[in-house]
Design a binder for this molecule. Structure first.
Ligand code: SF4
Ligand code: FE
Length: 482
């Protein structure tokens, strides 16, 4: 099968027998649930955009053997591929103003691709062959894959094997002739309910005692033994009220879930790491590096929408000409483009791995994500500054539509003469959605903790920063002889 259309993707999701829970009940059809549907629409956008000729170069890749695939299933073959990945993510962020979820699979693809190659080289295992076949299947069927890394982790001071509950890190509980059986969980799983497949990876570097935890594999998301529990988002139940206006972004959204693996069977040909504990760290470092690069695209695209909404709010308030407003918009643009610079730089400086695919510059990718832990917060603060207090005190759409009090809302919340109160409120609700509503999960807290919390990047920056070389530079200039 070639590229799927958005509609074909939705139908493929409808056929899955997912085991999804939300608000204490099983969701029989996540595809049709009003709280969850916007998140599906965001993934659907990655299929819809790939059908448009104007985005063909960013959204698709034509491989050496002639196959045309969605870039979200690509194994990066050049630094240019890495650059185009970031540009594609900015585009998707601009079109959805939400987390479109499909990047975690792409990032897992590239991390597992090179790590399996190097594991096989050392141990003579056949993980890379397994993975190559898996990649081919996903590309040809144009599937969405969740890359699942984060374990619940229990007591952070203890290694996986030292936890009082052995399941706090996902692990192998049985080895069989035809495969393995795993138990545990992955937390904060972006887009898992909108994915047909999940690739599981270990979450930290591991020692010899943690062999059973050093495991990577792929299973369908509706495999026997998998349960997903949806994480609730700020203002999520507004989506049940039937108001397009009050939700701010009625079409698109993101979703996260706790995914529990209860004795899930994995056949041999879907295993990509099984006990080679010293490669767990490599897999984590590479996956995190790719995902830290990703944020230099997606968050920038969402930032573009937030900057646009802020400028619109200023227009509607009649404040666009004020010099401090202009300056705030410049500052927001400067911060947003700085993130983009980092995303592009770590891509352009990418290098080839032993397996042939391209890895981002890890130092620059970590600098990118460290900035992402800060700048969206400042951009959001400036957006709230420009928007004014009405973004959190405005009455509901029902009040605006009410025959008796609607005219009062209309009259007293009017800004400039030529813009309707409704349009002014729509714009403010979008800013609310991005800064403290359901999309703030992706734009703020995920910017802080997604792909690793700030300290994780600082550790990588300290490892990659090469202070010793810099000391030598200083000594040479100062003519210091030791
Ligand atoms: Fe993609 Fe960004 Fe969502 Fe991660 S947070 S899956 S990079 S859109
Ligand atoms: Fe993420």
């Amino acid at each position: 099968m070639a590229l799927m259309t958005g509609e074909q993707y939705v139908e493929s999701m409808r056929k899955l027998k997912l085991n999804v829970y939300m608000f204490g009940r099983k969701i029989e059809s996540p595809v049709d649930d009003p709280i969850l549907r916007p998140s599906l629409n965001s993934v659907k956008a990655t299929y819809d955009l790939a059908q448009l000729p104007e985005y063909e170069d960013l959204m698709t890749v034509t491989l050496a053997d002639g196959r045309k695939i969605n870039r979200f299933t690509n194994i990066h073959r050049s630094a240019d591929d890495l650059v185009k990945k970031v540009k594609m993510q900015r585009l998707c962020g601009q079109k959805t103003a939400a987390c479109f979820q499909r990047c975690v699979g792409m990032d897992a693809f590239n991390a597992v691709w090179s790590t399996t190659y190097e594991t096989d080289k050392k141990y003579g295992t056949c993980y890379h062959d397994n993975f190559k076949k898996y990649v081919r299947m996903v590309q040809d069927a144009d599937l969405t894959v969740d890359g699942a890394m984060t374990d619940p982790k229990g007591d952070r001071s203890l290694a996986p094997s030292a936890q009082s509950d052995p399941d706090l890190f996902l692990h192998v509980v049985e080895k069989r002739e035809d495969g393995i059986v795993v138990t545990g969980a992955k937390a904060h799983q972006t887009g898992i309910i909108n994915s047909q497949e999940v690739i599981v990876m270990p979450t930290i570097s591991m020692g010899p005692d943690d062999k059973d935890y050093a495991v990577s594999f792929a299973v369908p998301t509706d495999a026997k033994g998998i349960t997903m529990i949806i994480g609730r988002q700020s203002c999520d139940t507004r989506k049940l009220e039937g108001s397009q206006m009050d939700v701010g972004n009625s079409e698109f959204g993101g979703v996260e879930a706790l995914v529990v693996f209860d004795n899930v069977f994995v056949p041999n040909d879907r295993i990509f790491l099984n006990g080679e504990h010293e490669f767990a760290g490599m897999l984590v470092e590479r996956f995190a590096g790719y995902h830290r690069q990703s944020y230099g695209g997606c968050k920038v695209g969402v930032g573009d929408v937030l900057i646009g909404a802020s400028a619109l709010a200023a227009d509607y308030n009649g404040a666009a000409k004020a010099s401090h407003i202009k300056d705030k918009l410049i500052e927001m643009t400067h911060l947003n483009e700085t993130l983009y610079c980092c995303g592009i730089a770590c891509s352009a400086e990418g290098t080839q791995t032993e397996s042939g695919n391209y890895l981002i510059d890890l130092l620059l990718a970590n600098v990118c994500k460290q900035n992402v832990t800060r700048f969206p917060y400042e951009i959001a603060r400036l957006a709230e500054d420009i928007a004014g207090g009405l973004m959190v005190t405005a009455p509901s759409e029902k009040d605006l539509r009410d025959p008796k009090i609607g005219p009062l809302v209309e009259k007293y919340f009017k800004g400039v003469e030529h813009v309707s109160t409704e349009n002014r409120l729509r714009c403010l609700r979008l800013i609310e959605n991005l800064t403290l509503g359901s999309a703030a999960v992706g734009y703020r807290t995920e910017s802080l903790h997604g792909a690793g919390s700030p300290q994780a990047q600082r550790i990588m920056i300290s490892r990659q920063g090469n202070i010793a070389m810099k000391k030598e530079l200083a000594k040479a200039i100062a003519k210091i002889k030791e």
